[in-house]
Design a protein around this ligand. Structure first.
Ligand SMILES: Cc1ncc(COP(=O)(O)O)c(C=O)c1O
Length: 370
């Protein structure tokens, strides 16, 4: 633990609190890629940009530089706006391309459906229509069930399809799958939104530049995430086609997501893209997920339930075993009824984490079986 924190704790705070906090600080886990810290290169970038005065609200050289990089990755027509959270990126991005009588069609597992506290319904004002999917991916066949009541004023009008890449279940859409959904949407006058909270993990998994499976595949609006892959905070809304972002600067401000000290989001992006740091972080977390899955696959009592294509591993194991392991390496249930659990790796997952996790799992299984 950092010495400054240790000194502070020893001087200022009661013993039990110190003990708990030390355990918390030293504890590692597979709960979420959000639980990992900030990549040191990004932290350094924040420190380097913490120099003198620059104009607030995005009129600064750091923001100018970062916006240029987004154009390089996604195409010249790309208009990018930084916000604080992924929920804000989804909600504001979708607000820009819908009217209140539209519906947004998405997977039942989508973050915007299940994990945004109804913010899309409240702030976009649209109906969210869900599609059940076994692996987090939606298909045009599945979407079709919502394509009725078109031009009928008693029904909400499907306006946008939203997909997540990589999905909440760690799976990844291929380019042809995305193109098919985009073609389906555009043929019906709808638009395609991509929640890219983990887009870097998808790019590594596909081994493709971002542009090939976004702009070039027909995605219209993208929520581009950085927080889960080494940034401190800061996500982006990328309008990939011309004409979609008119007046968006007012929407972002009204949506309370215009950062006054914008340079500290922008500087993080400079670090994120420098020397393809995003790629090395995501390559590492994907590789760690693969390694974890390979080891788990050798344990007969464990069943991996999803393809491991990015940095998530979904598995079924006995609930009492999972509860014991959680005391050492925390993680969350995915489907409690069938004792299915979600393990997320991050840019800082270590071999040792995987070894320890699997050893504890095997020991717990042994003690249960005896
Ligand atoms: C798929 C997905 N989209 C978006 C988000 C963004 O969430 P937040 O608002 O917590 O930054 C998350 C975070 O868990 C996510 O998993």
């Amino acid at each position: 633990m950092c010495l400054i924190i240790e000194d502070f704790l020893n001087e200022a705070i009661p013993d039990t609190f110190i003990k708990n906090l030390k355990m918390e600080i030293n504890k590692r886990g597979f709960a979420s890629d959000n639980n990992a810290g900030i990549h040191p290169d990004i932290l350094q970038e924040i420190i380097s940009s913490n120099n003198g005065h620059v104009t607030g609200y995005g009129s600064d050289v750091y923001t100018e530089g970062a916006l240029k990089i987004f154009k390089e990755h996604f195409g010249d027509a790309t208009e990018t706006y930084f916000v604080f959270t992924g929920t804000a990126a989804n909600v504001l991005g979708l607000s820009a391309i819908t009217r209140s009588w539209n519906s947004v069609i998405t997977a039942s597992t989508a973050h915007l459906e299940g994990d945004e506290c109804g913010a899309p319904e409240k702030f976009i004002g649209c109906k969210v229509l869900v599609v059940d999917t076994p692996d987090g991916k939606i298909t045009t066949d599945l979407i079709e069930k919502h394509m009725h009541g078109i031009d009928f004023e008693h029904h909400s009008q499907p306006g946008v399809i939203s997909i997540t890449q990589s999905t909440e279940m760690g799976t990844v859409y291929s380019v042809s799958e995305i193109k098919e959904i985009a073609g389906f949407a555009h043929a019906r006058g709808m638009l395609l939104h991509m929640d890219g909270a983990r887009i870097a993990n998808a790019a590594v998994s596909l081994n493709m530049p971002f542009k090939s499976f976004t702009t070039d595949a027909g995605v219209d609006v993208l929520s581009f995430g950085g927080t889960k892959n080494g940034m401190m905070f800061g996500e982006s809304i990328c309008f990939l086609k011309p004409g979609l972002s008119a007046d968006f600067k007012y929407m972002r401000k009204q949506g309370m997501q215009l950062a006054s000290k914008m340079r500290f989001i922008s500087a993080q992006y400079l670090g994120y893209f420098r020397n393809d740091l995003w790629r090395s972080c995501a390559s590492h977390s994907n590789a760690m997920a693969k390694k974890l899955a390979d080891k788990l696959n050798q344990v007969p009592e464990v069943k991996i339930t999803q393809k491991v294509q990015s940095n998530g591993v979904f598995l079924i194991m006995p609930a009492d075993v999972a509860e014991e392991i959680k005391k050492h390496y925390f993680f969350y249930p995915w489907d409690e009824k069938r004792s299915e659990w979600r393990l997320m790796t991050s840019w800082d997952t270590q071999d040792e984490d995987i070894e320890n996790f699997v050893t504890i799992l095997k020991n717990e299984l042994k003690s249960i079986n005896h």
